[in-house]
Design a protein around this ligand. Structure first.
Ligand SMILES: *Cc1c(COP(=O)(O)O)cnc(C)c1O
Length: 377
């Protein structure tokens, strides 16, 4: 099955009972048992729900894993996966991981004894140098947010395997349409499905896919024990979103390439960050491990004032956090998505006050370029 077909025919298709071509929303908490313990596979909707199950089967199929799990947000998925580890364990993470991931690791999980080191994983030797006797996992995000740095997934997995570490990949930016980390050897893939998978700025959700029966059992135990599940309505919305992921990603990509060309040649733009640019330091790796470069672009306009001016001048780009939806969004990471990262650390990472991030939507690209032309001063 090819990729666009799988988005529509993967997982659980329709409803056998009625012939409905869309999986029904099973808005239910509990299930009748014929006698004690005798049921049709469902007992209680925290443990399992048919609509959520259909979504979990779908993400499992499109990532090429062993089992999928749906959570109430991307952060709930990240946290559940972190619960695989114990007090005293150490994890190595990409230094510019999503701000919320940085926050949960350094302000919540640290309190229960999970230790972490953040390094630039685009240089594999940094991973090697950070391994300790208690290191249990390598957690990478690629491309990263907002500088779109790329980590070589295969090389990172090889390094992790040498030290018996699990490799966890946050695949939110690429989506399974462009990149499948499990096929490149990763053990766990995470998604903020709030972004491209949902694709319409109308649902908050998280997904995890694991590559082994053992991890599937462990993560299901955690999902059922901690309870951060996705409800049936939102599971259905996500499946609806995923059906069009392929055509949406193709169009985000095409629009992004045209906007990158425009920005590259604009005198007010100092630097453009996009993995599809040949000048991007890891362009070749991005090309090797992903089929597309995505719809996220960051660029530096030089100062906070200029960034703010741009933000107030645009009319099609909505000033908002989040990304990956049909509508184009614009933000200043230092003041918004990455505000929870301390200022000195932001500076270290290169997230300047003049850095603007756009999530290229599905509007006519001519309108988007005209909008930027008028807004960039
Ligand atoms: C948004 C995001 C998350 C967190 O997901 P929520 O759905 O907002 O909880 C995690 N990782 C990345 C890369 C994200 O963009």
């Amino acid at each position: 099955m090819k990729r666009k077909t799988q988005l529509i025919h993967g997982g659980v298709v329709g409803d056998e009972l009625t012939g409905a071509v869309s999986v029904p929303i099973y808005q239910v908490s509990t299930y009748k048992q014929e006698s004690v313990g005798q049921h049709k596979g469902y007992e209680y909707s925290r443990t399992g729900n048919p609509t959520r199950h259909a979504l979990e089967e779908l993400i499992k199929d499109i990532e090429g894993g062993e089992a999928g799990f749906a959570f109430g947000s991307g952060m709930a998925a990240v946290t559940a996966v972190m619960m695989l580890f114990n007090s005293g364990d150490h994890i190595i993470l990409t230094d510019d991981v999503y701000g919320g991931t940085y926050r949960v690791i350094t302000k919540v999980l640290n309190r229960i004894g999970i230790d972490a080191t953040f390094v630039d994983t685009s240089d594999i030797t940094n991973i090697r140098k950070s391994v300790r006797s208690n290191t249990k996992a390598l957690y990478i995000e690629t491309p990263t947010n907002p500088l779109l740095k790329i980590t070589d997934i295969e090389a990172a997995v090889n390094e992790a395997k040498m030290h018996n570490l699990l490799t966890i990949v946050d695949n939110t930016f690429s989506t399974p349409y462009w990149q499948n980390p499990i096929k490149q050897g990763a053990d766990i893939v995470l998604h903020s499905a709030t972004k491209y998978l949902g694709g319409h700025s109308d649902v908050v959700a998280g997904l995890a896919v694991v590559n082994s029966k053992e991890l599937a059992e462990d993560l299901h135990f955690i999902q059922n024990s901690t309870g951060g599940i996705l409800g049936p309505q939102d599971s259905w919305l996500l499946m609806r979103g995923i059906k069009t992921l392929g055509i949406r990603m193709e169009e985000h990509e095409a629009n992004a390439h045209k906007i990158v060309e425009f920005l590259k040649n604009h005198p007010s733009v100092r630097k453009v960050y996009y993995p599809g640019l040949e000048a991007h330091p890891n362009h070749e790796i991005a090309k090797k491990q992903a089929r597309g470069f995505g719809g996220m672009i960051s660029f530096d306009v030089g100062s906070e004032e200029k960034a703010e001016q741009l933000l107030s001048n645009v009319k099609y780009f909505t000033l908002a956090e989040s990304l990956g939806a049909v509508e184009s969004l614009i933000s200043v990471p230092a003041k918004m998505t990455h505000a929870s990262i301390p200022a000195d650390r932001r500076k270290e990472l290169g997230i300047t006050d003049g850095l603007v991030r756009i999530s290229v939507g599905l509007e006519d690209v001519e309108d988007l370029i005209e909008d930027l032309t008028n807004a960039l001063v």
